[in-house]
Design a protein around this ligand. Structure first.
Ligand SMILES: *Cc1c(COP(=O)(O)O)cnc(C)c1O
Ligand SMILES: [Zn+2]
Length: 407
């Protein structure tokens, strides 16, 4: 590997060390997913949280793959961690926090991973960047490619991508290709294209540089809680890269001796797209793909999650759990977040809040529970917009007064 000697790239499944990056980021021996590792004992509290360099995730650059020169950055990371004061805290037993990832530059946590992966791609002089996406990855890739002056191709499923996300990809100037079928099909075709065409560089979360960037949310949560580890972190799970990433971040801090414990990782899937949940319930060693995943939460409408193994490991090793929630529960949680906490998220991001009522009983009253609000609601307005039809149209000052007092 052309990384410095503190880093290794190996297979998460069989452990094989990679001498170079396979174009598909799948292990040539067993087909498993890859993982980057920073050798033990390398960082301490002072070096991890040093304030030198750019703000945001690059504050933690000593924990990130090495960069020659400046990273390609749009100012990602350093998102707020808000303590719930509204309905979320009143209606359940925990001290609830919301990590507002929708405040990243393109409106989702994907930007944390994208800045690291594109910096790597640029260093490797990649010609064209490609990803398959349910929407947010394409918006993010398109923006970072624009900033880097690189070409981006985004492959999206033919239906059901939130229009706000597509609009972003168009605005940032990416080439957009629509593939018949769902996200899983789009990813399969993209991986196939990457394996055949050497000019393409894969930017999905199979790319372990993405995971390195995304793990920084764990460092931030720890620091924002006043250098305390939360009791549980609850996150939506689609392709399962992000829950694996945050677990990696928390475990690194523990292994480096910065913390003593790691939080319980609780993954939440939508009932109509829940292959990891099904495997978790059965205690199965493998997942059975869901052929036609269906949920309003389009960012997690995924039937063949590539990082399922990492996610199951995170949930088991942390003493966490996998849960599933219905679309109806997601819609009502989304509305609770916006109308009682002032945080407007897209549907997938409300799944953790929807699951708050059924966290493991062993999680004590008063536990610090962090819900990761993965993406911004402004991208995904369709389901909320219907309420506009009920907005009254009034005529003149007296009507306005009447209408306000009856509201
Ligand atoms: C990508 C995404 C997810 C799912 O993350 P995975 O890493 O695929 O599990 C959840 N919510 C939003 C808003 C996303 O963009
Ligand atoms: Zn392998």
């Amino acid at each position: 590997m052309d990384l410095d000697r503190n880093w290794s790239l190996h297979c998460f499944d069989c452990g094989s060390e990679m001498k170079s990056e396979p174009p598909t980021f799948l292990c040539p021996k067993c087909g498993g997913t890859l993982e980057l590792s920073l050798r033990r004992g390398f960082l301490n509290r002072r070096t991890l949280f040093s304030r030198s360099g750019s703000p945001g995730i690059w504050r933690h650059k000593l924990a990130l793959p090495p960069v020659n020169g400046l990273p390609v950055s749009l100012g990602e990371g350093s998102t707020p961690l808000l303590r719930s004061t509204g309905a979320l805290s009143r209606s359940n037993r925990y001290e609830v926090y919301v990590k507002v990832e929708g405040q990243n530059p393109t409106g989702s946590f994907k930007d944390r991973g994208m800045t690291v992966a594109i910096t790597r791609a640029k260093q490797r002089r990649a010609e064209s960047l490609i990803c398959a996406s349910t929407g947010n990855t394409s918006a993010s890739l398109a923006a970072y490619a624009a900033k880097a002056g690189m070409r981006a191709v985004v492959v999206i499923p033919s239906g059901k991508v939130a229009s706000g996300k597509l609009v972003q990809a168009v605005a940032y100037g990416a080439k957009i290709v629509r593939v018949k079928g769902n996200f899983d099909k789009a990813l399969e075709s993209t991986i196939d294209a990457v394996s055949k065409d050497k000019s393409l560089y894969l930017m999905n979360s199979l790319n372990p540089f993405r995971i390195e960037g995304q793990k920084t949310a764990a460092y931030e949560i720890y620091e924002q809680l006043g250098h305390r580890v939360p009791d549980a972190v609850v996150m939506p799970v689609g392709n399962a890269g992000n829950i694996s990433a945050l677990w990696k971040g928390f475990e690194e801090m523990r292994v480096w001796g910065i913390t003593r414990t790691s939080p319980r990782m609780i993954g939440v899937q939508a009932a109509g797209a829940a292959p990891i949940y099904a495997a978790y319930l059965k205690g199965a060693q493998g997942i059975e793909p869901v052929e036609a995943p269906e949920t309003i939460a389009s960012a997690i409408r995924i039937g063949r999650p590539v990082s399922w193994k990492k996610a199951l490991r995170a949930m088991k090793d942390s003493g966490g759990a996998c849960l599933s929630v219905t679309d109806k529960e997601i819609i009502s949680a989304r509305s609770a977040l916006s109308s009682s906490e002032g945080i407007f998220v897209e549907a997938a991001s409300a799944a953790p809040v929807a699951a708050l009522g059924r966290l493991p009983e062993s999680l004590r009253k008063g536990s610090k529970v962090v819900c990761v609000a993965t993406g911004n609601g402004l991208k995904d307005q369709e389901s909320v917009r219907v309420a506009l039809d009920e907005v009254p149209l009034v005529d003149g000052d007296s009507d306005l007064h009447k209408s306000i007092s009856s509201a």
